[in-house]
Design a protein around this ligand. Structure first.
Ligand code: SAH
Ligand code: SF4
Length: 365
């Protein structure tokens, strides 16, 4: 049977329209339906006990709730409690991955039990960064609004607790899927839906300049992370083809205007790849960019991807690079990513599974 549209992508007006179409006259039904889905987090229409059985049946014949199903989960053995899970999209059986990172927001010294979820925005990615497992796959398709949100619901079922922070750093380029991302952000931030504040949401982009302008004008005050990975056009174009489309001469002014309008500090993500972008002179060039944008820098030693030639620099070299930035007055963290043992860099788990075409041992909740 073809997958029915998931109500996780519907806002209040769309839910109301769906009920009207089914002949439902009572205005309060939409609030009831919305509460079952968004506050009580039920996964079937049968559980909506204050809706008449006939309405529940009609809803179930036209719509679904969860657009994806959990296929496999991997918990990190490194003590970080990071959990990566793979989901099957019910629409077409594509696989996506998401990562749960408990208490990951330690930057402000707060190690309370906060949960951060790393969300995928597309199946694969069209941008083809040379170092990235998602890019190797090419773009298969963008995720729908419901599939973006479904990852949050799936993570909460898995953890038995609410997600507090979202980072769009999974598979895909979120700003290349603005058509579905922006409605998802509206539902995620709306008080009567998920009510996660914009300051707890980070969108990571490889430098999609028109998407940045769209995100800025949508009025949702999210945080921005930019995958820079090179401080010159030469280095960036070598490892990130997106730089040929939107070179630094376009990207940096776009980031500067984002900074001025959002008033938030931008994070520049910089993967350290041995012999590519880790020379002392490159730390100077990166400092110049960070100074110009008043940005902070997140250094991430490269997570090796099977079949790709890039290597992670020695730990001492990563530390030296970080010290040079700090010496230049740039706020900088060197982050050995959590969950290296579970292929936590984007696209790796899916690729691993596709390559080994393991059988689909479904996990029951
Ligand atoms: N497309 C967006 C968001 C997804 S990628 C972007 O590029 O920003 C999320 C982050 O993971 C990016 O900073 C990306 O460069 C990084 N990444 C990809 N492959 C990696 C690897 N093998 N090791 C470490 N980081 C990686
Ligand atoms: Fe796409 Fe981001 Fe991977 Fe580049 S790093 S290929 S933009 S997912």
């Amino acid at each position: 049977m073809a997958q029915l549209p998931s109500l996780l992508g519907f806002d209040h007006e769309q839910l109301a329209a769906a009920l009207t179409e089914l002949g439902e006259q009572k205005g309060y039904r939409v609030t009831q339906l919305q509460e079952w889905i968004w506050k009580k987090r039920v996964t079937s229409f049968e559980q909506m006990t204050n809706l008449p059985p006939s309405l529940r049946e009609q809803l179930a014949s036209r719509y679904s709730i969860m657009p994806l199903e959990l296929v496999e989960q991997h918990r990190s053995q490194s003590g970080s409690a990071t959990c990566k899970f793979l989901s099957r999209l019910l629409l077409d059986d594509e696989l996506i991955e998401s990562v749960i990172i408990p208490a990951a927001v330690g930057e402000d010294g707060d190690h309370s039990k906060r949960v951060t979820l790393c969300v995928s925005s597309q199946v694969g990615c069209a941008f083809g960064c040379r170092f990235c497992a998602s890019g190797l796959l090419g773009l298969r398709r963008s995720l729908t609004t419901a599939e973006l949100i479904g990852q949050i619901f799936a993570a909460e079922y898995l953890m038995g607790q609410r997600v507090d922070n979202l980072v769009f750093m999974g598979m895909g380029e979120p700003l290349a899927n603005a058509d579905n991302l922006l409605p998802a952000l509206r539902l995620i931030t709306a008080p009567s839906f998920l009510s996660i504040g914009g300051r707890h949401i980070t969108i990571s982009t490889s430098g999609h300049v028109p998407g940045l302008a769209r995100l800025a004008t949508c009025g949702i005050p999210v945080r921005l992370a930019v995958s820079l990975h090179g401080a010159t056009d030469d280095v960036r174009s070598r490892i990130m083809p997106v730089n040929r489309k939107w070179p630094l001469s376009e990207l940096l002014p776009a980031l500067d205007s984002w900074r001025r309008s959002s008033k938030h500090i931008i994070t520049l993500e910089y993967i350290l790849i041995s012999g590519v972008n880790d020379a002392p002179q490159q730390a100077e060039q990166l400092s110049d960019i960070a100074r110009r944008l008043h940005a902070k820098i997140n250094l991430i030693p490269y997570n090796t991807v099977e079949g790709l030639p890039w290597k992670r620099p020695e730990e001492a070299d990563c530390r030296r690079f970080c010290r040079e930035l700090i010496h230049n007055g740039i706020p900088c963290t060197l982050r050995y990513e959590k969950g290296h043992d579970i292929n936590a860099a984007c696209g790796q788990l899916r690729r691993h599974r596709i390559n080994s075409s393991a059988k689909s041992d479904k996990i029951s909740r």
